[in-house]
Ligand binder design. Structure first.
Ligand code: F6P
Length: 546
């Protein structure tokens, strides 16, 4: 990875849009001829080496891609598409620090936050902040001296979801004397029950906001400060810390200790920056450095592995195949590890805020779909909720299983059951159950009124439903870092192919502006309803305090 100066003019290559390439046309005809009729069961029967051929090793993550609706020709054409769309050049431009976030004229350098000194732009600044933040984290987690027992992170979106996902994921490495709380919503029902359990002398509030202007975070921060003083708290400098790019605003709020970062860290890519402070307090400096090192290992894989064996690239390409050729509109993520319970929410922001776009870089309307809906729950809970639809619903929804070989506990019987469930679900999605097979069964709960053919129809599973299985040896700071970086680069890959800007989020602006207009109307006694549509005016009348 290069260390060139990010302030020089962009050398970002022209980005041929995916739908204007020869490979796209070739993929369309491959889909017509073979792709739409591809059958996983036949593919395994034809090729006993399919698992080995479609197993990909990346740092800390093994991926079984063999249960996807792809053959060698599909992958060859997808890789050709990546080359034609200059994905490698776009990746290199990001890693160099070119202003690839074109609509905001910014570099995108979250990879620099986890690179060893000298291997990426802004190294000296990044490492100085990291060292200072980790020293501070160690002071806080020395609970006998600090007397801190509760950490309350107040932030939203990217200033919440990373720590909220990573702290429980790394619980086995966390300091047990500390309890972590995450307050994000501008809803008193979020912060009030947290505050009820706290005393000021044992509490540290982390006010996390890239901009330090976000309505929800500022309102919660003010509520926390008011609670702190009302309950006898006196030393705001000790009990409040800020993580932000807006150091002045944090100081104006009365916060003396601030850890900063730059505008080239996008909110949803910021858990590696000062925004990761709660993670550092939970797991300590050495483990936080391991988290960064794991992400860096995946960065190197992304930067250096040939496209044919480059895991983030392959996952991004399969996403394109499903979204744009098969027409699948969502993807379900099923982490079979309770610690990863917030990973689907984290990935929703990462993927849908990045790639939920409808115009290309030149502002041209897209004639194809972009971000799928990403959703999920940890296994096995999801099995007892929505897996019914995955197996027998009318939509095909690719599923991503995440299995961790070795648990952090010694309840081995439970863990074996967990893994067997994950494997079985992927197997069932692929195999299905033919009507003929179902005809031979008569479950005891079946109605006696029902004819065997009708019952068999209800008990038929079409199968041939695709899934990817990611396997980690253990869930550690290093492997979690690699896993999250894998997802980041996958999102970059599909965004680069679609020719969109994966690094802005203008779509959240309109609602914010309208909220600022409605708030005084809601609070005002007489209430000005002028200019509102009938529905909003009617609802506002109903909701207004009288
Ligand atoms: O939802 C929009 C957004 O800007 C996210 O991208 C960001 O992570 C979140 O709001 C929080 O912003 P901030 O960190 O500036 O408070």
């Amino acid at each position: 990875m290069s260390t060139s100066n990010p302030s020089r003019p962009s050398t970002t290559p022209t980005r041929p849009r995916c739908d204007r390439t020869a490979a796209w046309q070739a993929l369309a005809s491959h889909y017509e001829k073979a792709g739409q009729r591809f059958d996983l069961r036949e593919a395994f029967a034809r090729n006993p080496g399919r698992f080995d051929a479609l197993g990909v090793e990346a740092p800390e993550v093994f991926a079984d891609l063999s249960k996807n609706l792809v053959d060698a020709e599909t992958l060859r054409l997808l890789v050709a598409l990546a080359r034609e769309c200059a994905v490698e050049q776009q990746r290199d431009a990001m890693l160099r620090g070119d202003p690839v976030n074109a609509t905001e004229g910014r570099a995108v350098l979250h990879t620099a936050l986890r690179a060893p000194l000298g291997e990426a732009p802004f190294g000296a600044e990044v490492h100085a902040t990291l060292d200072a933040m980790l020293d501070y984290a160690e002071v806080v987690r020395d609970t006998r001296r600090s007397a801190i027992r509760h950490i309350v992170n107040i932030g939203i979106g990217g200033s919440d979801l990373g720590p909220q996902m990573a702290v429980p994921a790394l619980d086995a490495f966390a300091r047990p004397e500390l309890t972590f709380h995450f307050v994000s919503n501008v809803d008193g029902h979020d912060i009030a029950p947290v505050l009820r359990r706290l005393v000021p002398s044992e509490t540290l509030f982390v006010i996390a906001s890239k901009t330090f202007t976000t309505q929800e975070t500022m309102a919660n921060a003010r509520a926390a400060r008011a609670w702190f003083t009302a309950h006898g708290g006196s030393d705001i400098a000790k009990h409040f810390v800020a993580t932000t790019t807006n150091v002045e605003a944090a100081a104006a709020f009365g916060i003396a200790t601030t850890f900063g970062f730059r505008d080239w860290v996008g909110g949803r890519y910021s858990m590696w920056s000062a925004i990761g402070l709660p993670i550092a307090i939970a797991i300590g400096a050495a483990h936080f450095r391991a988290l960064l090192a794991g992400a860096h290992a995946m960065d190197r894989h992304f930067a250096e592995a040939p496209l044919e064996r480059n895991l983030p690239v392959l996952l991004g390409l399969i996403d394109i195949w499903y979204r744009n050729f098969h027409g699948f509109t969502s993807r379900s993520v099923a982490p079979y590890h309770q610690g990863l319970k917030r990973l689907p929410a984290y990935l929703q922001q990462l993927e849908m805020e990045s790639n939920g776009k409808r115009v290309d870089l030149d502002g041209g309307d897209l004639s194809f779909g972009t971000s799928p809906v990403v959703w999920g729950e940890p296994g096995t809970n999801g099995q007892h909720a929505y897996f019914q639809m995955l197996h027998q619903g009318t939509d095909v929804i690719p599923v991503e299983f995440i299995l961790v070989k070795t648990p952090a506990h010694d309840l081995h019987d439970l863990h074996a059951k967990l893994l067997a469930n994950g494997l079985a679900q992927a197997q069932a999605l692929m195999r299905g159950k033919a009507t003929k097979e179902a005809l031979g069964e008569r479950p005891p709960t079946a109605s006696a009124e029902l004819g065997p053919e009708t019952l068999a129809k209800h008990r038929t599973f079409p199968g041939n439903r695709p899934s990817t299985t990611l396997v980690l040896e253990r869930l550690t700071p290093h492997s979690l870092g690699a896993l999250v970086a894998l997802y980041e680069h996958r999102v970059l890959t599909s965004g680069a192919l679609w020719g969109i800007n994966s690094f802005d989020q203008w779509g959240v602006e309109l609602g914010k502006a309208l909220c600022n207009d409605l708030l005084p109307r809601l609070q005002g006694q007489g209430g000005d309803l002028s200019g509102l549509d009938g529905s909003t005016a009617g609802l506002l009348r109903r909701l207004r305090a009288t």
